[in-house]
Design a protein around this ligand. Sequence first.
Ligand code: SAM
Length: 289
Amino acid sequence: MVHGGRVTDATQPENSLAPGLYIVATPIGNLGDITLRAIDVLKRCDGIACEDTRVTGKLLKHLGISKPMWRYDDHSEHRDRSRLVESTRDRAVALVSDAGTPMVSDPGYRLVNDCRAEGIPVTVLPGACAAVAGLALSGLPNDRFLFAGFLPSKEKARREMLEELSAIDSTLVFYETAPRLIKSLTTIGEVLPDREVAVARELTKLHEELRRGLPAGLIAYFEAHPPKGEIVLLVGPPPERVASEEDADAMLIDALRTMKASQAAAQVAKATGVDRKTLYARAMELRSA
Ligand code: SAM
């Protein structure tokens, strides 16, 4: 048996799964990325809750599995969700999304919470996730990253979200659609022009592509080569702090030759990552010396 944990129930007929909810990750493109454990649970469960029965039906057909499917998303009627929770009391129900890991910008959150509240066992079968695959392929710093779902489609909200995230010392990971890529890159270029950006497209598929550069260069590339398919957009962390105070001081002295103290502090802060207020105080000191 390829799965671990509490999935075999001695009170059930041989080969059936213990009742409960099984969160099952599925491939994000390449069907070879299904896990052995996912196949096992999909074969042996009593039914599958899914976003779109046509999409999941194709995966099941590929695997040679035939199971009852129930459409589920977090907007499903409360009554439908309650019914699904009830059925997990004496049946093994697998939860899948169209692709990747359920609940990562996909439905399932309410269902898992309701099962937990009812004391129903919940088991997770990890697997493909576009955010993690994109992060790995990008080569951007990954000791810390923040996944923020989709950027808003409205320009003002998108800008506000990027401004809010700009101070975070982590790689930022977003889901994106091809038609909106240039708009998002443009806002990133305006709010975070010096950040290294990566566009991970069609991960695990035939036309997998990774492009990395500053926002302006990526905009020029994708204007010339309009993107297609699915995209993970990543923004590298703020530039590292300068190694020495002397370097920042020298840049500040130079900037003060042509700029007001506040402008000089802002420019040096952007270039070095040193706190703007600290630099402003130092600029005032230099001016009065
Ligand atoms: N739950 C899924 C997961 O674990 O990756 C994500 C679902 S979300 C609704 C769909 C978004 O994920 C797409 O718009 C795209 O941004 C990203 N995505 C999914 N598959 C992808 C792939 N093969 N390559 C790049 N991005 C992908």
